[in-house]
Design a protein around this ligand. Structure first.
Ligand code: AMP
Ligand code: DBH
Length: 560
């Protein structure tokens, strides 16, 4: 039988200073609840209500009550223990929007192990790194999804690793792969019950950041800090047992997971409806059939929904609220939501590191359409500062720093990076350029970090640059954002060639073969002899971005 190797202990997270922890506890933000207790407690309370529905294993539509979901997660938990996965071990979850994702999530929580959230779009470069860096005991995939066979990816991960994780497959594990089908975990019998009850202050999981450096940083969130943000978000968004949420974004992303997301809905006793894809046809059909009340989207998808002709063919009258976040939603688009979809808009500006801002139900229309909301908690400390960290006056654009009861104090196992991402007194440098309004709302005006926000999908310039630099015909490269009407931004690479310059198509193939997720592959390339430099001799990304604003350059350069 397959058995997991013994794994290294978790690297301790940067703790919240004792006086802050005490304050957050005294204020009632932090409680003793953990994710191991979360689902059993909801099953007790909401028993026969429907918790989750969606298309599951084998393409079967599955609807699970709270009781059933809890039972199924519990059986899987026993199965994980039997495989040798231990409390404190890391389990990389790369499962698309299907009920088994939720079951597996709570199974991992139930034994006190830690999910590491990968997106379905991630490939060998990302998943290999998550498995190695966290010394993962198990890696959970679906057999196929969206035309991609994840077993091929898992084979690459396993063969490229000295300490490979056990691969668990939702669906068909394939012949002679050594992978474990999920169904095998369900045939639990006589498992010694050595689950460990995690403490509320311990790390519950590792979430992904969009990243600004070569490799995306992992975010250690504790039970108590994350559950606070989930409860508070559910309350701000008015969730109740009558809520029916459509989850169209990848379920493992922080927004659909917790703002208020899947966890917020389950907290409140509502129903989570998992959409296999975010297209208007799939979404509208589900909204009509399941009488959906709330949905969350990134801006490009909101634009697609608003202009989809299919809108007229479906009854969308149950939809009360559309949440839009992950990237800046233009005021123009925001104003169209009610007219086109017949529901209220809520803007959400959040980050997996912590801080989440929402516009509220009672906010006047102009606040809802022109701001990205205000923080969840009165104890979210917000600073808008200049380049020397001195506060700027209200209304002036500056860098956003934040500290609070659900914002991390450090990335996972990244002490050097933490010195630049956090101030000495523990504020997280978000890398966002914002303006605070007189009403206390935040308006996102830009970004200081070297990242491209491609319609909500974050791409770290340095990560893509490092991959391109590995090509023998690339001497130097600079990856920048190019404004785009639909995605907000696209990724553009300026390349200085070495010898015979490669063609754009070759570089794309090269990146794909290195196992980089497709959304990180540049949309356009331009070959240049040199880069513009700043006064101190650094590559001027500002100049490069400016060059892209000229249509002439772009038309010449883009070859898709
Ligand atoms: P991450 O740190 O990868 O979780 O990504 C969070 C980042 O996404 C934020 O720091 C912002 O740069 C961006 N973001 C999220 N929501 C919004 C929004 N509503 N408007 C503008 N930017 C956003
Ligand atoms: O973009 C994000 O990371 C994000 C957006 C909205 C997020 O993490 C969140 C809400 O919680």
């Amino acid at each position: 039988m397959t058995t997991a190797l013994r794994r290294s202990p978790l690297v301790p997270a940067t703790p919240y200073p004792a006086e802050f922890a005490q304050r957050y506890r005294d204020a009632g933000y932090w409680t003793d609840e953990t994710f191991a207790q979360f689902l059993p407690a909801r099953a007790e309370r909401f028993g026969d209500r429907i918790a989750v529905s969606g298309t599951g294993e084998g393409g079967v539509r599955r609807t699970l009550t709270y009781r059933r979901l809890n039972e199924r997660a519990d059986v899987l938990a026993a199965g994980l223990l039997r495989l040798g996965v231990r409390p404190g071990d890391r389990v990389v979850l790369q499962v698309p929007n299907m009920p088994e994702y939720v079951e597996m999530l709570f199974a991992v929580f139930a034994i006190g192990a830690l999910p590491v959230f990968a997106l379905p779009a991630h490939r060998r470069a990302e998943v290999g790194y998550f498995c190695e860096f966290t010394d993962a005991a198990a890696y959970v995939i679906a057999d196929r999804h969206g035309g991609f066979d994840y077993r091929t990816l898992a084979r690459e991960i396993v063969s490229g690793s000295e300490r490979p994780p056990i691969v668990i497959v939702v669906g068909d594990a394939g012949e002679d792969t050594g992978f474990v089908p999920l169904s095998e975990l369900r045939t639990a019998e006589g498992t010694p019950d050595d689950r460990a009850e995690p403490t509320p202050d311990s790390v519950a999981f590792l979430q992904l950041s969009g990243g600004t450096t070569g490799r995306s940083k992992l975010i250690p969130r504790t039970h108590t800090d994350y559950l606070y943000s989930v409860r508070a978000s559910a309350e701000i968004c008015g969730l109740s047992p009558d809520t029916r949420m459509l989850v169209s974004l990848p379920a493992a992303h922080n927004f659909p997971m917790s703002s208020p997301g899947i966890l917020g809905v389950l907290h409140a006793g509502g129903r989570v409806v998992l959409a296999p894809d975010p297209t208007p046809s799939t979404s509208f059909e589900l909204i009509e059939r399941e009488r959906i009340t709330i949905a969350s989207l990134v801006p490009p998808l909101a634009l697609t929904w608003m202009s989809a002709p299919a809108r007229a063919k479906h009854d969308l009258s149950s939809l009360e609220m559309l949440q839009v976040g992950g990237a800046k939603f233009s005021a123009e688009a925001a104003r169209r939501v009610r007219g086109e979809l017949g529901c209220t808009l809520q803007q959400v500006f959040g980050m997996a590191e912590g801080l989440v801002n929402y516009t509220r139900a009672g906010d006047p229309d102009d606040i809802v359409t022109t701001t990205q909301g205000r923080p969840i908690c009165p104890d979210d400390e917000i600073l808008v500062v200049d380049e020397s960290d001195a506060p700027v006056p209200v209304g002036t654009v500056g860098n956003l720093l934040t500290r609070g009861p659900y914002t991390i104090r450090g990335y996972y196992a990244a002490s050097e990076h933490n010195r630049s991402s956090f101030t000495a007194d523990g504020f997280y440098r978000t890398g966002d350029r914002v303006r605070l309004t007189e009403t206390g709302h935040l308006v996102v005006e830009g970004r200081a970090k070297d990242q491209i926000n491609r319609g909500g999908e974050k791409v770290a310039a340095e990560e893509v640059e490092n991959h391109l630099l590995a090509h023998p015909c690339v001497r130097d490269v600079a990856v920048v954002a190019k404004p785009d009407a639909y995605l907000g931004e696209r990724t553009f690479a300026f390349v200085i060639g070495e010898g015979t310059p490669p063609r754009a198509v070759e570089l794309r193939v090269f990146l794909r073969e290195r196992g980089l997720a497709a959304y990180k592959i540049p949309d356009g390339f331009q070959f240049v002899d040199e880069f513009p430099v700043t006064g101190v001799g650094k590559v001027s990304r500002t100049e490069l971005r400016r060059a892209l604003e000229s249509t002439f350059t772009v038309d010449n350069a883009t070859d898709r």
